[in-house]
Design a protein around this ligand. Structure first.
Ligand code: PSV
Ligand code: MN
Length: 411
């Protein structure tokens, strides 16, 4: 009896001290942001607008070009991927949208998939055609010198537009592996016009609620030239197509050392930032968990978003693009979501007025310190409060790890 009572008292003391500690941290956080001229409720509102789309393929078995390790717990089809996405949204509360890849997510009945997604609270908002896994595309898809192959590629993209209509998906996300491996192999400019012609055919078939996202990547699988290698080329195509074509920035698609925040700032200014593929990398297009290697880089990228008004902000598609051959899929996804949200929250704590003032006065030290202060701010009190008012678990990853879903999945 005595042991039991002591145990209970011990537990109560732990709970009380946690409550006290959290309250103390919250009051410190509020003081800090007040000093920076920010309002707590405002930060909560901004946080509430930050939603992330998860990619169906990250719930599936992933690998490298060397080997795909078996993962018996990974999702095997669109229905299972929708279920996984539902779990990630259940615990994080900010991922109601799913991006699908065709044919990887082909099913007999997309209406059935929609019904299931609706019931789970998941919206399929993005459709990605696959133009890189077909022998016909060896020398290019929409940039191929063979018109029949270009037509085939266009028809596949148009099929994806039709699939998008079933879900009322606002985004058609395009990435082309097209390029060449050897000097002299092909004519760059002829290809440019073929691409434009094909994209135009698609653009005019899209519903007016749809936006075409054009993703660039500087190399791989092509090693000599890539047809849409950078943001400038992607932007040119978007400008030629119309204002429902915008550039998609995948964080892993740049040469080492590229200043991605500069690119993002310019795309925002040109009103052509369509969205992101968030991930992390050390060497190439590594598709690792977001924020795992370079959180400060992500912070500086998100910092540029601060200048957009809410209406503009909502139009930007924040997607993840990750593929793990080692980590369990749902946990890896929750990890990326939480890292992105944490870094976004840190950006919200920047003293903008002080920063602008320092920039105007040429006070480099003060300007940089504004960013550093925000980056090192502990935003847990803000995130905990946000989750509390949204009826979400305070620690989503821990909550998922002890969930029945995970237990059943890994039985
Ligand atoms: C290409 O490397 C890419 O980033 C594109 O977004 C693809 O659609 C995606 O990866 C899926 O593999
Ligand atoms: Mn991508």
């Amino acid at each position: 009896m005595a042991i039991r009572r002591e145990f209970k008292i011990g537990q109560i003391l732990i709970i009380l001290s946690t409550v006290f500690l959290n309250a103390k941290k919250m009051s410190e956080f509020k003081q800090v942001i007040k000093k920076r001229g920010l309002e707590f409720d405002n930060l909560i509102d901004k946080l509430d607008n930050f939603k992330i789309t998860t990619p169906s393929w990250a719930y599936s078995e992933g690998g490298t070009r060397f080997y795909v390790f078996k993962d018996k717990f990974a999702a095997k089809n669109l229905f299972e991927r929708i279920k996984f996405a539902g779990q990630v949204n259940k615990y994080t509360g900010i991922t109601p949208d799913l991006s699908i890849h065709i044919p990887w997510d082909l099913v007999d009945d997309f209406y059935k998939a929609k019904e299931m997604a609706d019931n789970i609270g998941i919206n399929i908002t993005t459709v990605n055609p696959n133009l890189f896994q077909d022998d016909d595309y060896k020398l290019g898809s929409i940039s191929n010198s063979n018109k029949d192959i270009r037509d085939k590629a266009v028809n596949h993209i148009l099929d994806c537009v039709e699939i998008g209509k079933i879900f009322k998906a606002p985004y058609l996300s395009l990435w082309f592996a097209d390029g060449s491996n050897f000097p002299g192999q092909t004519d760059f400019i002829k290809r440019k016009y073929w691409i434009l012609d094909c994209l135009n055919k698609v653009y005019y078939k899209m519903e007016n609620y749809m936006t075409m996202l054009i993703e660039y990547k500087f190399y791989e699988p092509a090693f000599y030239h890539t047809d849409i290698p950078d943001w400038g080329t992607a932007l040119l195509f978007c400008q030629k197509l119309g204002n429902r074509a915008n550039v998609l920035v995948d964080l892993g698609h740049h040469a080492q050392g590229t200043n991605i925040e500069f690119i993002v700032a310019n795309l925002i200014d040109e009103k052509r930032l369509g969205g992101f593929h968030l991930n992390s990398r050390k060497y190439g297009d590594d598709d690792l968990t977001t924020g795992s290697l370079n959180p400060y880089e992500l912070f500086l990228i998100f910092n540029e978003l601060n200048k957009i008004n809410i209406k503009g902000f909502r139009k930007i598609s924040f997607m993840l693009d990750q593929s793990h051959n080692l980590k369990p899929k749902i946990e890896a996804m929750i990890q990326s979501i939480l890292s992105s949200q944490r870094i976004f929250a840190k950006v919200l704590t920047i003293d903008r007025n002080k920063l602008e003032d320092a920039q105007e006065k040429g006070d480099i030290i003060k300007a940089e310190e504004c960013l550093k202060d925000a980056f090192f701010t502990d935003v847990k009190p803000l995130l905990y409060h946000f989750r509390e008012i949204k009826n979400l678990p305070i620690e989503p990853l821990k909550a998922y790890e002890t969930s029945d879903f995970k237990k059943k999945l890994t039985l």
